[in-house]
Design a protein around this ligand. Sequence first.
Ligand SMILES: Nc1nc(=O)c2c([nH]1)NC[C@@H]1CN(c3ccc(C(=O)N[C@@H](CCC(=O)O)C(=O)O)cc3)C=[N+]21
Ligand SMILES: [Mg+2]
Length: 286
Amino acid sequence: MAAKLIDGKALAQQVRDGLAAQAAKVLAKTGTKPGLATILVGDDPASHVYVKNKQKACELAGIYVDDHKLPSSTTQAELLALIDKKNADPKIHGILVQLPLPKHIDSKVILEAVSPDKDADGFHPYNFGRLVEGHPVFEACTPKGVIKMIESTGVTIEGKRAVVLGRSNIVGKPLALMLLQRNATVTICHSKTKDLAAVCREADLLLVAIGKAKFVTADMVREGAVVIDVGTNKTSDGKLCGDVDFEPVSQKAGWISPVPGGVGPMTIAMLLDNTVESARRMAGIA
Ligand SMILES: Nc1nc(=O)c2c([nH]1)NC[C@@H]1CN(c3ccc(C(=O)N[C@@H](CCC(=O)O)C(=O)O)cc3)C=[N+]21
Ligand SMILES: [Mg+2]
């Protein structure tokens, strides 16, 4: 393989080690740890695994976890009441409402109920708007992790052609804005884009969050490009598979991130990062 590997797992561990030191400072100054409330509604097995992984990472970094598991019969009003309680709780600096929520609950209403000051996922329209105007406060975890992964390569973002595949509110759109903020020339592609392969071939930075297994093939990649794979597809045998056809693309790219072991662990690290940053902000620690 020609490309160098962007090891998200190792990078996430570095980030988490740094956060443990910062969390200790918060504890020393305020007498309380940074705190994350995790709210999980229903019994989706994958969601339970994700939340457990997030909680374990928090505990290892010295972040207090306030765990809430609610039955799928929980009403929207009950969930809103819990969020209000966490918004007002001084021990809590970040609130994670795990998605997806059951069908009878309106996620948009729920995400807007989380105080923008505790929005560790960066999903509240206030925080999204702050990013749009170029003064971000809480930034969404997955795109924030992707930026750190690009930075870890030493490849400069400024002036480069960045192509983002996918325009979701939680990955593609915020990622494009974060790249723009760093003076990349940004193109967002999606299912209606014409000549997609040709647009991708122009990319110095190719960021892929389209949700289709092995969608990006070697002919779509510029020689030496940085390729980051946000995909989390499940193959028929239950294995995790990215949006990038890893083997052939790694012959052509300069840098490439794997799945698993790429963006996923960084998403978790950034949730912790946002929680600790929030605690520092509230404690007035520079
Ligand atoms: N409010 C909310 N915030 C989220 O950030 C959020 C969410 N809801 N709902 C679900 C998605 C998914 N997500 C992942 C995080 C880490 C890995 C991860 O660490 N994956 C590992 C391996 C996992 C495996 O092997 O199955 C990896 O890629 O190496 C994956 C997926 C966060 N999400
Ligand atoms: Mg997140």
